[in-house]
Design a protein around this ligand. Structure first.
Ligand code: UFG
Length: 328
């Protein structure tokens, strides 16, 4: 029995693939490599192509004995989703539609879905719980919520069981330094700060210091990418054991402001990292902190790398040794 990982060459996907292999699972990847990196797969077998290619999906499901799918493949930039929403509906919603259709046709009825805190929009209270209102403030979150609903109705109609994992801010890298985070363009806070540390950028732009938080900068809940990987594995195990659909937040339950992240990066790297306050970035909520109680209780999830210093240290170890990311 193999697990099919769509988008397995991306940042969270590749760390999950590595983790699954370490647990003795057989893994097959499907990725179109528009964002992902072949080098991040570390010899994992893969198919190259799009979710829209139904003939390819037939081939993948026919040539392998797949009992569960972990579905990462998606566009995931909030800003881009606002300027080009249709591409998000096409890639995320339509892509998942083809995948789910073919899963049902081939009688594969377990899926772990890579969802996001962006499904909640601007939260009414913190920490955010799974049954809080979901009112996305951008097309990215909207498409992920549409997929969660697609999965809910597909459970009712076809018995497709799903676990939707709503991640907060993924950070860090493989503790052993084999793979790391490499986006083009890079938009995420920690890798951008580390690029400044490596003098690949002049300074960090702090997007707004007039939010209603202690130091005025936005607060986020950072979670180590290997802890996310562990949760995906536990979600597959739960589906195999209970055949029940569910939704879980994945975060640390602790928030750090942009300035606190910057300070931690300065300490870990020992470098002077310049920063300048810039205007707010559109659509950024002031505070996003998860309650992950449900995942801990029901999945038995036990994050191993909860300290921000550890996440930054692991990210830094990789960046300092791979100044050009996977392109070297
Ligand atoms: N930030 C800066 N300067 C930068 C980059 C980011 O100040 O150059 C700030 C942002 O304004 C935000 C914080 O750092 O306050 C974190 O920003 P990221 O872009 O790293 O992450 P986001 O919180 O915007 O988004 C992440 C994921 C999304 C997901 C969202 C859900 O990247 O896919 O969490 O909470 F939708």
């Amino acid at each position: 029995m193999a697990i099919l990982v769509t988008g397995g060459a991306g940042y969270i996907g590749s760390h999950t693939v590595l983790y699954l292999k370490e647990q003795g699972e057989e893994v097959i990847v499907l990725d179109n490599f528009t964002k992902g990196h072949k080098a991040a797969l570390l010899e994992t077998p893969y198919y190259e192509g799009n979710l829209h290619d139904e003939a390819l999906l037939d081939k993948v499901f026919t040539e392998n004995t797949i009992d569960a799918v972990i579905h990462f493949a998606a566009s995931s930039l909030v800003g881009e989703s606002v300027t080009d929403p249709l591409s998000y509906y096409e890639n995320n919603v339509m892509g998942t539609f083809h995948l789910v259709k073919k899963m049902v046709a081939h009688d594969v009825r377990r899926i772990v879905f890579s969802s996001t805190a962006a499904t909640y929009g601007e939260p009414e209270s913190t920490p955010i719980k799974e049954d809080d209102p979901t009112i996305p403030t951008n097309p990215y979150g909207e498409t992920k919520l549409a997929i969660e609903n697609m999965l809910k109705w597909s459970d009712q109609a076809y018995g497709l069981k799903s676990v939707c994992l709503r991640y907060f801010n993924a950070a860090g890298a493989d503790p052993e330094g084999r793979i790391g985070e490499d986006h083009d363009p890079e938009t995420h806070l920690i890798p951008i700060v580390l690029q400044v540390a490596l003098e690949q950028r002049e300074f960090l732009k702090i997007f707004g210091d007039d939010y209603n938080t202690e130091d005025g900068t936005c607060i986020r809940d950072y979670i180590h990418v290997m802890d996310l990987a562990q949760a995906h594995y536990l979600a597959v195990k739960k589906l195999r054991e209970t055949e029940e659909s569910s939704i879980y937040n994945l975060g640390n339950g602790q928030g750090f402001s942009v300035r606190e992240v910057l300070e931690t990066c300065r300490q870990v790297t020992g470098r002077i990292i310049e920063a300048k306050v810039a205007p707010r970035r559109m659509g950024d909520p002031a505070i996003l902190i998860a309650s992950s109680k449900k995942a801990k209780q029901e999945l038995g999830w036990t994050p191993q790398y909860a300290a921000l210093e550890t996440m930054v240290q692991h990210a830094w170890n990789w960046h300092v040794n791979h100044e050009n990311g996977f392109n070297e």
